[in-house]
Design a protein around this ligand. Structure first.
Ligand SMILES: [Ca+2]
Ligand SMILES: [Ca+2]
Length: 407
């Protein structure tokens, strides 16, 4: 974890001081000012923060009551700019500490507040999706819209490519994993840059292999005690509690939950259909339009094969032909719209779950014969959306995926 902190002495009035250790790409916090809000037990904390490589920063606060000798006061009641999409130039941010929760009825003239910006040890190729709430769903087509609060997690910026798949599969083949014959199919152009497709079971097993290859703890097991890593075979699909079982505390790769996928897909926008706004046109993503006469795509591989994918991350501003915008979303994720659909962990309960799902870290209903896929694919007319849901039997082999990881 790379962090930068800044100290502030909280007395009767607001004072400011700062210390910042500057490394190549560490975040920098300056100009910390804090004061008790008149007539309340709230403490307003303002500061400037920057990060040379523009990471998403998880902000936290530590409080000392002994002039900074120790920072032992708990700070659980914190709100405001907890997650900052940092820029290289300092931006003004603010947090509010509700001292009534953590330090009620106490007065000291030796308080010190420390603001910490953490840009994480972000795994290569993954984006940090910060903790916090978002509005999930669509008022008509994925109802009801409901507030979901997620723990922070990492998400692959790209769909899993053929090259990434093959590297892990070589390890998997040598370490007791088996996959179905259809797993890892991909459009063969450009040396493995196209996304793979696989059925849900193969995608899950591959996540475990990717974890073990990198020395991480696998997430998926064949037993509820989490003793046997899921490496081989498939399970009956029915309306009973069924393997594999997910060890959510493990640090390995896994499929995102449906809520994680949607939060990551929205990319900090609220109430939009696409990661960049409310409209889509050819050049934004690999999907199909109906021009009134024909179904049309503008992928460079139209006519070579159908449905042709584009290389993962193709819509990065450098795509030819035609040139187009950089459609990385607010978290740096590509191909949220189009190219291949993407498996999620969750079972699907025929559209009643959104009304009853837990507010925090929902992981889907307990039983079903379908799993959820998200995103859209090259043949989706109109492009799909960030809220669209594709319930599908897990044995279907035509979807791709990208991985998530817990922190
Ligand atoms: Ca950084
Ligand atoms: Ca996709």
């Amino acid at each position: 974890m790379k962090t930068s902190s800044s100290l502030f002495v909280l007395l009767a009035a607001a004072l400011a001081a700062s210390t910042a250790v500057l490394h190549a790409a560490d975040p920098v916090v300056t100009n910390v000012v804090s004061a008790q809000r008149a007539g309340t037990k709230l403490v307003d904390i303002t500061f400037n923060v920057s990060d040379a490589d523009s990471n998403t920063l998880a902000m936290s606060v530590e409080v000392s009551d002994n002039n900074g000798t120790t920072f032992a006061i708990p700070v659980t009641a914190l709100s405001g700019d907890l997650n900052v999409a940092a820029t290289p130039t300092p931006a003004a941010k603010a947090l509010v500490w509700d001292a009534a929760v953590n330090f009620n009825h106490q007065f000291k003239s030796t308080m010190v507040v420390r603001v910490i910006a953490n840009d994480g040890a972000q795994p290569a190729g993954m984006a940090l999706i910060p903790a916090g709430p978002f509005e999930m769903g669509h008022a008509i087509n994925a109802a009801p819209v409901h507030t979901v609060t997620l723990s922070a997690f990492y998400m692959d910026k790209l769909e899993v490519s053929k090259a990434l798949w093959d590297g892990v599969k070589t390890y998997a083949d040598a370490n007791g994993y088996t996959f179905s014959a259809t797993a890892g199919s991909a459009f063969p152009y450009l040396g493995g840059l196209h996304p793979v497709t696989a059925n849900w079971f193969d995608a899950v097993k591959w996540c475990n292999a990717r974890s073990q290859k990198e020395g991480l703890t696998p997430v998926y097991y064949t037993d509820t005690a989490f003793t046997t890593v899921y490496k081989t075979g498939e399970f009956p699909v029915n309306f009973s509690i069924q393997p594999p079982y997910a060890k959510w505390s493990a640090n390995g790769y896994r499929l995102p939950t449906e809520a994680e996928w949607e939060k990551a897909a929205r990319g900090t926008l609220v109430g939009k259909d696409y990661p960049w706004g409310d409209t889509i046109s050819p050049g934004d993503a690999n999907y199909t339009i109906f021009d009134g006469v024909n179904y049309v795509r503008l992928s460079p591989w139209v006519g070579i094969a159908d449905p042709p994918t584009t290389p993962v991350g193709f819509y990065d501003g450098g795509q030819l032909p035609p040139a187009g915008p950089n459609r990385a979303n607010g978290y740096g994720l590509h191909d949220i719209i189009g190219n291949v659909r993407e498996w999620c962990w969750d079972l699907y309960d025929y559209d009643t779950y959104y009304a009853i799902s837990p507010a925090n870290d929902p992981r889907g209903p307990a039983t079903s014969d379908h799993r959820i896929a998200r995103s859209s694919n090259a043949t989706t007319t109109g492009g799909g959306s960030v809220w669209g849901r594709s319930p599908t039997p897990p044995t279907f082999a035509g979807f791709g995926f990208r991985c998530a990881r817990g922190l």
